[in-house]
Design a protein around this ligand. Structure first.
Ligand code: ARG
Length: 460
């Protein structure tokens, strides 16, 4: 039967339900690679410091490598009685190599071990997430390039506001992801500090070299304070906050894609490969992917609140509460990566119904601001121009015609400053082309913004 590594001071066995209740191995086994990586670095440092012999260190390293192969081959026997990934691996190591295995845990605790494992794991996940963000950004830029001249209504309050180019809209999405990428970079920088050496909470009596271990594991530096090192989960909260913001962005994209692909808008069509049908209504093609991503934002917001609440009021240093950080964190990573992946693939396959967008852009008096600006250029103060155009719009509403559909004589009822050249500014093309400055919606601005965006993507 299995002897727990900490069994020495106990007289009675663990209650069977308590054993299962307190075990984390079912989920923390996903950290095995980082646990082994951390153990190899720790053993290497112990040997360099003369705390282990070179032979012991070699035995530990090859033993751990053998354990890793077994795990990866699927032949490793995980045991709930051994509670977590750490004790499972250490026990298997000792079973393999004997005495030397029992020395691995010298100057170490599971408290600094788990804090290290999670950081190593999350660091790799952040790198993957950033690549996936870039892939989505590239898909958005490609689509923006294709649709740089496509005009659709821009909305405020979901009411038609002004014509914009679709490329410009997609570049707005791109910018949101730029900030997300930056947040993960920032999170990674603060996360990349090594807890090992803190041991349980107070440090260790052995002459360890934390700089060396940190260097072996690619950490920027060892954590400054041993109590903080084992009890800090800020990095998990920060990561989840960055993930929550990203998911909030994806939920906004989703909302727009869902609206745009409805029969009422009809602006775009998602590829069949990213939609599903209805079991009863034969005509249905539902935007399940954006809907599901919109829904997943909720669970990730929940994980953020869960982690904050987990850490709230915890006294220093380590508490078993912290074991509860894994599942929300793992779930956040899985669903964030999945959402990014499906979005990057889906956005490469969007069909635009340019004519529908155009027709919609002509509705709702989208060029009213252009008419006001035209009057200002002809010497009228903006507030007066606003009033004049407002009256013209009210007339158009009564007549059921857009501004561009009114005759010159009709327009002139509202201002004698309106001349025949007004119709150039009332066109959709004229309207978007006139917003010709950095950050504006004009197609040539969109094209240069895409060039700048590609440079940013390739250099950061
Ligand atoms: N499974 C634990 C966790 O996830 C590892 C650290 C356990 N330390 C302890 N003293 N019980 O946090």
């Amino acid at each position: 039967s299995i002897v727990k590594p900490w069994a020495g001071r106990f007289n009675a066995p663990t209650d069977a339900f308590v054993e299962a209740f307190t075990a984390s191995v079912a989920f923390d086994q996903r950290l095995y690679r980082y646990d082994i990586q951390g153990s190899i670095a720790h053993a290497t440092m112990l040997a360099q410091q003369g705390i282990l012999t070179a032979a012991e260190c070699d035995a530990i390293i090859s033993g751990l490598e053998a354990v890793q192969s077994e795990i990866e081959a699927g032949t490793f026997k995980w045991s709930i009685a051994l509670e977590d990934v750490h004790m499972n691996i250490e026990t298997a190591l000792t079973a393999k190599i004997g005495e030397a295995g029992k020395k691995l845990h010298t100057g170490r605790s599971r408290n600094d071990q788990i804090a290290t494992d999670v950081r190593l794991w999350l660091r790799d996940e952040i790198d993957l997430i950033q690549l996936e963000i870039k892939r989505l950004q590239t898909a958005l830029l490609d689509l923006a390039e294709r649709e740089a001249d496509t005009i659709l209504p821009g909305f405020t309050h979901l009411q038609v506001a002004q014509p914009i180019t679709f490329g410009h809209h997609l570049l707005a999405w791109f910018e949101m992801l730029e900030r997300d990428r930056d947040r993960f970079t920032d999170c990674r920088r603060r996360l990349n500090v090594m807890p090992l050496g803190a041991a349980a909470l107070a440090g260790t009596t052995y002459p360890i070299d934390r700089q060396y271990t940190a260097q072996l594991l690619g950490f920027d530096r060892p954590a400054e304070n041993s109590l903080d090192a084992v009890s800090d989960r800020d990095f998990a909260i920060e990561f989840t906050a960055a993930a929550a913001i990203l998911m909030m962005h994806l939920s906004r994209y989703s909302e727009e894609l869902i609206l745009w692909s409805s029969a009422q808008f009809g602006f775009i069509e998602l590829s069949d490969s990213f939609c599903t049908g209805s079991s009863i209504m034969p005509q249905k093609k539902n935007p399940d992917v954006p809907e599901l991503v919109r829904g997943k934002s909720g669970r990730i917001f929940g994980h953020l609140m869960g982690l904050l609440t987990l850490m709230k009021s915890q006294p220093l240093a380590y508490n078993k509460d912290n074991q509860e950080d894994k599942e929300p964190l793992f779930d956040t990573v899985d669903n964030l990566k999945g959402s990014l992946r499906v979005y990057a693939d889906m956005m490469g396959n969007v069909t635009c119904h340019r004519e529908r967008m155009r027709v919609a852009a002509k509705q709702g008096f989208s060029t009213a601001t252009d008419l006001a600006d035209y009057l200002v250029r002809n010497g009228i103060a903006f507030r007066d121009a606003h009033e004049i155009v407002g009256k013209a719009v009210a007339f158009g509403v009564r007549e059921g015609r857009d501004l561009a559909e009114l005759t010159l004589a009709e327009l002139q009822q509202f201002s004698v400053s309106i001349q025949a050249d007004v119709f150039a500014v009332l066109t959709l093309e004229g309207s978007v082309a006139a917003r010709n400055h950095l950050g504006g919606t004009a197609p040539n601005q969109v094209r240069s913004a895409i060039v700048r965006a590609r440079t940013r993507l390739n250099t950061e």
